[in-house]
Design a protein. Sequence first.
Length: 317
Amino acid sequence: MAAEVNKQRPAERLFTLTCCLMAAPVIGLSKNDIYASISSYLDQESDFARNKMFERDKKSLREMGVQLEVIESSSFEETDTSRYRISKDSFAWPSGFQLTGEHLRLLELAAKAWNSQVLAKPAQSGLIRLRSLGLVEASRELSLVTPRLLARHASFAPLADAIDAGKLVTFSYRKPDGATSIREVTPLKLRFIEGQWVLLAKQVDQIKNFMLRRIISKVEISELDGKITRQDEVNLVEEELVTFVSNNRARLIVTKGTEAWWHFGAKEEQEVVIHFMDEALLAEDLMEYGADISVLEPLSLRLRVENGLNRVLESHA
């Protein structure tokens, strides 16, 4: 009976695990280090049971928004030689930032926007963490507003699930020249940039960007764990992506009063500058506006649109 009384509850075990990982040295803690520090792991009857409990606990921490880092071992896979830690900075509140009731209410609206979508659960989890700080009372002035964000791509939900589970995925991908290939990648992050959903994923040992519009098959989630990737690698690729998009500029002339004029937010001068990631996909989008848009630059985009419209005319002549 005494053993039952002293048995750690799951919440206590997760709290102890969090404290151990936050106190870990820069090189992190191995599984054996962790197991030796937490009684619940030591109480398990076998290594299999200990490993299973640890996998569940890692998933629980990540679902709660805790940034558990895996430090690379000698292989690409997470193995018994991998080491773990939680950066203290991930719990630090931004210096000088004051959370008000209006801030919290706007965050609640942002979470509502993902209602019934795959990101609803982590959004609500984040709100719970903010409310637990007890810093402010939420403002109710915006309670009647209920926004909705919809991810139209069928690949969005399975990719988000795979990111959460840390699993490999496979899908068919269509390149700008029309060629298709099967990709096996570790999905790392989904980003919405310049009107397009982009997947950051590790293929073999390189992080690449994949447009969700170019995924043309069902996303298959593997039972295999994904490749280990450091957060600084992901941050670097994200910075390169933002720089790449900001350098891709297109100048357009739009006809005043048309759908295109309202869509691109043109002013009286009717000229707009937009940024893009995929020129071929942008050309497809611009073709939908027909003669209401003229491309000034780049020349390659103008030619894509003109050639595309000519093909449409030839097909229906």
